[in-house]
Every structure is written in C-alpha cells, then in structure tokens.
Design a protein. Structure first.
Length: 434
C-alpha cells in the first residue's frame, strides 16, 4: 500500500519545486545557526540568497564524516540544545562514533519515512512486526519500531541476538514481518530450519525489511526461500535520519528515495561532479526538513546508481540501486577494485556452500593475496573429497571471471565463521598490520 500517495506519487516537477523551496529554507537555517556551515559557505563565496532553487544545489560545499567527528558531539546542531529530544549514533563500522541530534519534528519525519517503507512491504495495523535490529544508539531498532508503531502494527521489540528465543517468539506470537540486518536474517532462517520450524506451518512471515549493510540479489533469493516471504531492502544512515531514507517496493527493483525530506545526488567521488541517472557513483544527501542537525551535501561513501524511470508501483520518487559497497569497503587487491558484494554474489549462487563467508587480504613478498573463507553445508561437508574439490574449483573459477583476480578458497566446516547479529564483518585486511 502507498502510505502517503499525495507525496509519494507527486509529479516530478512539483517535487522538484517543493525540494527547491525546502532547500532554500534549510540553507538559511544552517547559515544562521551553524558556524562550520557559515565558514564553509563564506569560503566558497556562496551566500544563502544565491540559493534560489534545486539547480543551485551544486554551488554548496560538501559535508564529510570527518566534519561530524571534528564537531563531535554538538557542534553541528542547528537548533537549540533544549529542542533536541533524541541522540542516535553510528554503529562505528568505520571508526570513531558520530552522533546526530533530532528535534521532536525530526523524529516525526523519520517515523513517517519508515512508515512509508513498511507500508511498501505490506505492513498494516493487522501485522505483528518483530524488530530484531539492535536497539540503542544504532538507528535500526528504534527506527523500525517507530515506523511500525506509526502504522498501528503490533511491535515485538526483540532487539538483536538471542536467536532461539527470537524464533520461539516468532512462532508463538505469530510474527508476520521481520526487521533486521540481512546477515542476521540468514542466521535466523538457518536456525529455524535446524529447529524444525517450517514456513507456512510454524512461521507465518509475509515480508521483511532488511538493511544497514550491503546485500545481494542472490542473498534475497536465499532469504526468500528460507522463509517463503518477500524480502525487501531498506536503506538509511544515522547522519541523515536512520533507516527509511530509501526503501524498496514490491517491484523489488531499486529503493525509492523519500525525496520530500532528502535530496539525493550521485557524484564522481574523485571530481565531485554530479553524475546523471544510470551512472554509478557516490551517494550524496541533503536533508531538507530536518531542524536539529541538518546535513548539506553529505558524502556517504556508498556507491550506487540512480534510476529515474517510472516504477510500476505508482510511486514517482527516484530509485537508488542496491549499494554495491562503500568506498571505504572497496578493496584494492593487486590494483584491482574488489567489493565484498561481488564475491557474495558468486558464493550464494553455488550449491554446497553456505552464505557465511569472510575475505582475508594480506601481503606476502610485496604481493597482495586474497583468501575467501566459506563454509561448506552439512551435506557437502560429509561428501567425498572429489566433490568438495569440484566446489572449490567452481568458486575459484567464478571469482576469477567476475572479479578478475585469483583467490585462495578455504572451505571451512559448517558454523566455523562467526555469526552476525547486526552488521556482518566480511573483511579482514591484514596488510596494514605488517
Ligand atoms: P556506520 O557507518 O557505523 O555503519 P550507520 O549505522 O549509520 O553507521 O550505517 C549507515 C551505513 O550502513 C550506510 O552508509 C551504508 O553504508 C550502510 N547501509 C545502510 N542500509 C543499507 C542497505 N540497505 N544496503 C547497503 N548498505 C546499507
Ligand atoms: Zn516502486
């Protein structure tokens, strides 16, 4: 269902006008209240009155994650401290944590963004939504919680972890929608199988909203077969709001951006130039309704492609592709760019191995090496040496053809790679340890 059709299906021209109007207001608000923004704009020779609409966006300087660190904790607040009702923080995947302050209005906006996402996943007031994202500073738990509450669904605030108990509650309470990271969902699905819980008999999930980390189409298929439901992608980041910045509809063909609240751009990460829809680059967001800690042209370091073609669901909002990786995650191995998601795509498509994997990068005699550790399934683990060898060869060949480099494939016993309850750690890079 489309939660707010008057906005979600607005014609593109009216949306651009609305965005332009809100951008002008946001820039004036930032300039008046945040010394760092004022200094940056002065340095770039841009005054608030130079920003008249959305076409002027590219005149504005970028904001970087380092700005949030340098101004930690409250230097980027644009509203008075007394107006801030919530602090959320990044999970610290890439270093020192950062925090974001929300006013009452900012929380309400975020809640609506998630409600739209969940509504697109079919959630109504009749649903039972199990939130297995972590609760706390991380935006996943509270974000999903608020979105489901907005729709009037019954929320089970499980938080992450305690896998067997999650599944017991899922069965006993009759959960219909699951929200967590895709890597945790896989773990839940496999544990359900082991516990003998059958979809359609013991479990009654109809859909799930999975995000907070990159995942692949192959992983979606794996999840959908484990739970027999629709697995949808949801994207967000603390700096901008949290989950719900963009979300998939049932077409499963890109995530609609909540464009009345954020302006999305894709830029060339080297030159900073805006790129047209269809060309992959770095995602950049500008918030246009936030008051607490608005962000202007925030560089996410996430790589994706925009698609402005019409969507069969009726929503007019531009769509972003799956995130293929973060520029911070991109490994350069012997001069070749490698994203963990490319390797995931290969592994999940191969019979005999589970979707649990880790990449180990090292340097031996000044040459980079890549090892891919992947678990065999129980069946394959007890199979003959020659069939295990055949699996190893197949993985090696496919990685070579997809990524362009050769890797050492370590087939490890079932359950030997650490399971993730939140964001999975896919890469161990030992090159800087020498
Ligand atoms: P951290 O930077 O510590 O991971 P956040 O918890 O705010 O902080 O996570 C935001 C990041 O998580 C995004 O910038 C992106 O890299 C990743 N992310 C969030 N949702 C998705 C998604 N659906 N697909 C891929 N990556 C995602
Ligand atoms: Zn759609």
């Amino acid at each position: 269902m489309i939660y707010q059709p008057e906005i979600e299906c607005m014609d593109r021209e009216s949306m651009r006008e609305l965005q332009g109007k809100r951008l002008v207001e946001t820039v004036a608000w930032e300039y008046a209240n945040v010394p760092l923004y004022r200094a940056r704009m002065d340095e770039a020779g841009v005054k608030p009155q130079d920003i008249k609409g959305i076409d002027d966006l590219s005149k504005l300087p970028f904001t970087e994650k380092t700005d949030l660190r340098d101004e930690f904790p409250f230097g980027l607040l644009a509203a008075p401290r007394s107006e801030i009702v919530r602090i959320q923080g990044s999970s610290g995947t890439t270093g020192h944590p950062i925090v974001a302050g929300y006013t009452r209005g900012d929380v309400a906006v975020w809640q609506q963004m998630v409600a739209r996402a969940m509504s697109a996943a079919g959630v109504t007031k009749d649903d039972i939504v199990q939130v297995a994202y972590g609760y706390g500073l991380f935006t996943g738990g509270l974000g999903a919680h608020q979105g489901a509450t907005e729709l009037g669904a019954m929320v089970i605030p499980m938080s992450a972890g305690n896998t067997q108990r999650q599944l017991m509650m899922m069965k006993e309470l009759g959960t219909t929608v699951l929200c967590c990271t895709p890597s945790y969902a896989i773990y839940l699905g496999e544990t359900a199988r082991e516990m003998g819980l059958k979809p359609g008999v013991d479990l009654h999930l109809k859909s799930g909203c999975f995000g907070a980390e990159p995942w692949t189409e192959e992983m979606r298929q794996k999840l959908e077969s484990l739970f027999e439901f629709d697995a949808l992608d949801i994207y967000g980041l603390t700096e901008i709001a949290g989950p719900g910045v963009a979300f998939e509809c049932m077409e499963k063909h890109g995530m609609h951006v909540n464009e009345d609240h954020v302006i999305v751009e894709v830029i060339d990460p080297k030159t900073g130039e805006q790129l047209p829809a269809g060309t992959p680059g770095e995602l950049v967001f500008t918030t246009i309704t936030k008051k607490g800690q608005p962000m202007i042209r925030y560089r996410t370091h996430d790589i994706c492609t925009l698609d402005d073609s019409p969507c069969a669901c009726g929503r007019s909002a531009i769509r972003m592709s799956r995130i293929t990786g973060r520029t911070d995650d991109m490994l350069v191995i012997r001069g070749v760019n490698v994203f963990p998601s490319q390797i995931e795509g290969v592994l999940v498509g191969i019979e005999g191995v589970s979707p649990h994997y880790q990449l180990e990068v090292d340097r031996v005699n000044s040459t980079d090496t890549l090892a891919v550790n992947v678990e065999l399934t129980e069946d394959m683990f007890s199979d003959t040496v020659s069939s295990v060898e055949a699996v190893r060869r197949k993985i090696a060949e496919q990685i070579k053809s997809v990524v362009g480099i050769s890797a050492k494939i370590n087939l490890v016993p079932p359950k030997s790679i650490p399971r993730s309850e939140g964001k999975a750690k896919r890469v161990i890079d030992k090159r800087n340890l020498h």
